[in-house]
Design a protein around this ligand. Structure first.
Ligand code: BMA
Length: 324
């Protein structure tokens, strides 16, 4: 028996995970919320006034989502949660938000001195990508839908390339691939191009792919974390993979991981409203330590965190194949 246990431990160590889960996951659940909600998941993340700010998707008991912020000094615990929703759907002025707003991604845009929050607006016309700008996460300037439905999983790059903004997004029809588009004014988008395709068949990302966290600028290129979905007879499995985009022309994919690097394993990832889902919408780099904190939804029910060394992620993605 003792020998068996030693063997098991040895086996556990043979595969070194790039992202290590926080021991006290989940970090936020519906029970922590200051008002009654069904679930809290898929948070965006950024640094605001030196603190970690999460903008979580909060689903009420009708099934509609809104966004509420939680702020922490160290990004790990002692979260201070807004007493009321931070950003609510506004169906009177924005009918595309009738069934809620979901899955935000935050990018700080230096040129504007504002944070861009790109989120999924949901209504009977299907999910679509909407944009709001804010300086303080209290008041928001809504720019409305920037893509026609069906589209989701979008985030902005923090700066222009050759005078144009770039957006990564995922139109749903025709294979559910990840696309990249450009704009001169953040409102009207064109030059649409497939960036990362679904690989079909047996692949872990065979049925759908979508951007997870906003692109992270590194000297080697833009680091991309994306989710891939595999449909099985038991349902869908949401896992994560990495890609690297060219620094000056992010429509060029330099590398893409063949294997998934993080997937549902723990109770809070495997059991919940939607089983077998890990779904990050934000990550925060601690420059001093080089540690990257990824915040993700577990099973569409709670918020969890996992940490990686950025240098390990870069070493790993540079060892991955160049897509043909
Ligand atoms: C996606 C989005 C996510 C969700 C995931 C798993 O399409 O709706 O918000 O976490 O499905 O249900």
């Amino acid at each position: 028996m003792a020998e068996f246990e030693t063997k098991l431990r040895a086996d556990d160590n043979t595969f070194k995970e790039l992202f290590v889960r926080y021991n006290y996951n989940p970090i936020l659940t519906a029970r922590d919320w200051p008002y009654p909600v069904n679930t809290v998941f898929n948070p965006a993340a950024t640094i605001y006034e030196g603190k970690t700010l999460l903008l979580a998707r909060v689903e009420d008991r009708r099934g509609f989502s809104h966004l509420t912020k939680a702020v922490s000094e160290d990004g790990i615990d002692n979260w201070v949660i807004d007493r009321h929703p931070t950003l609510c759907p506004d169906p009177d002025n924005h009918p595309e938000e009738k069934w809620g707003i979901e899955d935000p991604r935050i990018t700080y845009i230096d040129e504007l001195g504002k944070y861009a929050v790109v989120y999924t607006a949901y209504s009977e016309s299907g999910p679509t990508v909407s944009l709001a700008l804010t300086r303080d996460f209290v008041t928001f300037e809504r720019m409305g839908p920037i893509m026609p439905p069906e589209d989701k999983d979008a985030a902005l790059f923090p700066r222009r390339f050759g005078g144009k903004w770039l957006l990564i997004h995922r139109p749903i029809e025709h294979g559910a691939h990840i696309w990249i588009s450009s704009s001169e004014n953040l409102k009207y988008w064109g030059d649409h191009k497939i960036l990362i395709d679904t690989r079909g068949g047996a692949w872990w990302d065979g049925s759908k792919v979508g951007l997870s966290t906003p692109p992270l600028e590194t000297p080697e290129g833009w680091l991309i974390l994306y989710h891939g979905v595999r449909q099985t007879v038991a349902g869908a499995i949401y896992r994560l993979g990495l890609a690297l985009l060219d620094l000056e022309d992010p429509s060029r994919v330099l590398r893409r991981s063949d294997e998934w690097i993080f997937g549902p394993r723990e109770q809070y990832e495997k059991y919940g409203d939607v089983p077998d889902v890990v779904f990050p919408c934000g990550w925060v780099l601690d420059e001093a330590s080089g540690k990257l904190r990824m915040y993700y939804g577990g099973a569409d029910t709670c918020v969890a965190m996992a940490v990686a060394n950025l240098s390990d992620l870069i070493d790993y993605i540079l060892s991955c194949p160049q897509p043909k």
